[in-house]
Every structure is written in structure tokens, then in C-alpha cells.
Write a protein that binds this ligand. Structure first.
Ligand code: PLP
Length: 396
């Protein structure tokens, strides 16, 4: 397959690496291969790269350099945050609040705690995928130690009211974690304006390498009034302030930092450009193809996310037909798209199981052009027509 001719519209699953990131990583693989804990100059060069990279990644969200710990993924960051807070605070309480539309990295971590005696509230969302702030506040009890609610949803793109959630968490003295894997580098996040204690991100969603992530830990995990509020869940050498032991992946982290630097430079321009393309797809599909609708909030959504409900056919068939035309799209989250179960996110926003099977996620990115969008809009209607003619699900 000639990937340069392929129209890639699955940026929420993962992004191609930016060539400028690859260049930086290559340099580090060749020149800066030392162990960042070694005393010799090759090791110290790697240690300096680590310091600089931490500074760059922190600066995107207005954090302090030492509040960032590098991890091997967004999933690992979510696990360290949720399990670390649960273990440290279990004497204070064993209640955790999360939402019904979290990524499996949060959902299944919370479910694992349920088996260990914690009680988990899965907060419902409305038809747009938004949580209800009053309901959140009503769920908090004396036993609540953690709220974990995602910044933006990976399937339907809805952006949650994070600032307001942070205010509620602060008012009730509850720790607040947000999985910002889909939002980080795509929309502005300013931690000085939001009461977030822990935030997860992942490099491969913003044109960086796979297998590199980070966890922001406010005040390095120490609160003046209460001391430590998180403890390690992995044990080994003292890397990353003891929170993520293992020889540090310096070339990968340098690539992450370069990706963040590029996101800082291009974010404003890309938000405008991608929002226009996003809205063009939404408007054209909803206006020109019968029995289609939008999943997720119309405006409070990621600039690159379109999630279409297409009645009377299955999303998988559309994805396969698009693929044969050289277009990569998705039915929902990449992690669950191989399972036959309807998406838990689409069920949570109130879709019937048969409608949840008919979703198509199209996600845009830095390398998406107007021509790509035109090509997609040209190819989609005949595919839907053909599949509907063959479908046993009948239009009334
Ligand atoms: N959280 C969200 C919202 C995601 O979209 C993803 C990846 O799809 C993850 C967590 C997991 O990140 P990683 O692939 O780096 O483990």
C-alpha cells in the first residue's frame, strides 16, 4: 500500500509521526543513547535532554517542570493516578466517582478497584455526552476520595466542563484526575485556571511516538494540609520521583517534547482549520444523506472529531468499504472496534444497541487537507446507498 495516497481520517486512534519529531528522535537514538542516571557525560547529556523535555511538556499546560512524570503510555498514566490515589487514601475513604463514557484505561482500572472493596459511582451523561454538575456534587459523600472524569471523549469528542468539575472537587476536598489523552495538544489547557490534581496524556495522539505518555501530579503529590496524596504502584529504581521506575526512554521523551513544541506553535491555527473541515463534514452528511445524525455535542467538542450515526447499516461495513476506496476511518474507539459489543459510550448517550452499531468516527489532523475531506464526502454517499440496499434492516 502506498500510504502517501491513503486518506487517513483516524487521528483519534493514533497520529502519524510528524517528520520533525522523527528527526529529533533519530538524533537522540544516535547521539544521546546514554542512561540518564549515569554519571558520565553521555549519561548526563541524556539527563539534560530529560530536564529540557520535562520543561517543554509542562509549559503546554502551565505546569511546573517537576510536576510531570513520564510514563510508557496514557494507559499507564491513568493506572498510576487512580490506583496510586486509591492506595494512599483508602483509610480516608473508598469511594471513587467516574463517568460512564471513560476510556477503558480508566473504566477497567476503576472496576479492578471495585473487586478490591472500593465503591465506584459511574456518573451518567446526557444525550450529548455531558455529565451533570449538580448530579456530580450530589454523589459526593464523606467517603469520596477521587473524581476521575475525562477532558474530552475519544469516540464522540465531547469536552466535559473540567473547570467546573475542578471547583466542585476542591469545595469537597476530593482529588481530581482527568484523562486528557485526546485533548492534550489539541485544545488549550491552562492548569492555573483549573483545579486539576492529576492529568494524563499520551505522545502518539499528537504526532509523537507510541509508548510514551505523561502524568501531571500537582505539587508533586504533596498537599500542605494533608501530606502525600498519591503513592507508587510500581517498584524499582528511583526514576521519575519513584512514581515510574525503569530506565527512562529519553529518545521517545525528546520526541514527545518536540511534538508538544509543534502543538504549541500550531494549535490556534489548527483549531480554526480543523473546525472548519469538521463542520463541513457534519453539515454535508446531515443535509445530504437521509437518516443520519451527529453523536456528541454539536459545538462543545474536539475540533477534529466527527461521529456520525448512520441508520440501517453497520459501521464496520462502512469502514471496510471506505478502506477499499483508500480512506481510513473507524467505528468508534480503536480498542473496542474489534469487539462485536456496541460501544459503551454510544449506549451511555442513549442510543439503542442497533443504532450504536451504525456509527462512523472520522477524526482529522495536521495532515488532513481540503482534498481529503472532499474525497471522503464524494465516496461516502454511494457506499451508504449500496449498503442500505443490501441491509436486512429496513427503512420504514
Ligand atoms: N485515554 C483516552 C481517552 C484515549 O483515547 C486513549 C487511547 O486511545 C488512552 C487513554 C490510552 O492511551 P495509550 O494508547 O497511550 O495507552
Amino acid at each position: 500500500m502506498d500510504s502517501s495516497k491513503y486518506v487517513y481520517l483516524d487521528y483519534a486512534a493514533t497520529t502519524p509521526m510528524d517528520p520533525r519529531v522523527i528527526e529529533v528522535m533519530n538524533e537522540h537514538f544516535r547521539e544521546s543513547y546514554g542512561n540518564s542516571s549515569s554519571l558520565h557525560s553521555i549519561g548526563q547529556k541524556a539527563a539534560q535532554t530529560l530536564v529540557k523535555s520535562r520543561e517543554t511538556v509542562a509549559s503546554l499546560i502551565n505546569a511546573e517542570r517537576d510536576e510531570i512524570i513520564f510514563t510508557s503510555s496514557g494507559t499507564e498514566a491513568d493506572n498510576i493516578a487512580i490506583l496510586g490515589v486509591a492506595l494512599k487514601n483508602q483509610d480516608r475513604g473508598k469511594h471513587i466517582i467516574t463517568s460512564t463514557i471513560e476510556h477503558h484505561a480508566v473504566e477497567n482500572t476503576c472496576k479492578s478497584l471495585k473487586k478490591r472493596g472500593f465503591s465506584i459511582t459511574f456518573l451518567p451523561v446526557d444525550k450529548d455526552g455531558l455529565i451533570d454538575l449538580k448530579e456530580l456534587e450530589d454523589m459526593i459523600t464523606d467517603d469520596t476520595i477521587l473524581i476521575s472524569i475525562m477532558f474530552a471523549n475519544n469516540e464522540i469528542g465531547t469536552i466535559e466542563p473540567i473547570k467546573e468539575i475542578g471547583e466542585i472537587a476542591k469545595k469537597h476536598d476530593v482529588i481530581f484526575h482527568t484523562d486528557a489523552v485526546q485533548a492534550f495538544g489539541k485544545v488549550p489547557i491552562n492548569l492555573t485556571e483549573m483545579n486539576i490534581d492529576l492529568l494524563s496524556a499520551s505522545a502518539h495522539k499528537l504526532y509523537g511516538p507510541k509508548g510514551v505518555g505523561m502524568l501531571y501530579i500537582k505539587n508533586r503529590g504533596i498537599r500542605e494540609d494533608r501530606g502525600k496524596y498519591i503513592e507508587p504502584i510500581m517498584f524499582g529504581g528511583g526514576h521519575e520521583r519513584d512514581m515510574r521506575p525503569s530506565t527512562v526512554n529519553v529518545p521517545g521523551i525528546a520526541g514527545f517534547a518536540k511534538a508538544v513544541e509543534l502543538a504549541k506553535e500550531e494549535m490556534v491555527k489548527e483549531i480554526v482549520r480543523q473546525t472548519k473541515l469538521r463542520d463541513k463534514i457534519i453539515d454535508q452528511v446531515l443535509n445530504n444523506i437521509d437518516h443520519t445524525y451527529l453523536n456528541g455535542h454539536r459545538t462543545q467538542r474536539l475540533p477534529n472529531n466527527v461521529n456520525l450515526g448512520i441508520k440501517f447499516i453497520e459501521g464496520e461495513s462502512i469502514v471496510l468499504d471506505l478502506d477499499s476506496e483508500g480512506i481510513a476511518a473507524s467505528t468508534g474507539s480503536a480498542c473496542s472496534s474489534k469487539s462485536l459489543e456496541p460501544s459503551h459510550v454510544l449506549l451511555a448517550i442513549g442510543l439503542k444497541p442497533q443504532d450504536a452499531q451504525g456509527s462512523l468516527r472520522v477524526t482529522l489532523g495536521r495532515f488532513t487537507t481540503d482534498d481529503h475531506v472532499e474525497y471522503f464526502l464524494e465516496k461516502l454517499p454511494p457506499i451508504i446507498d449500496r449498503l442500505r440496499k443490501m441491509s436486512p434492516l429496513k427503512i420504514n
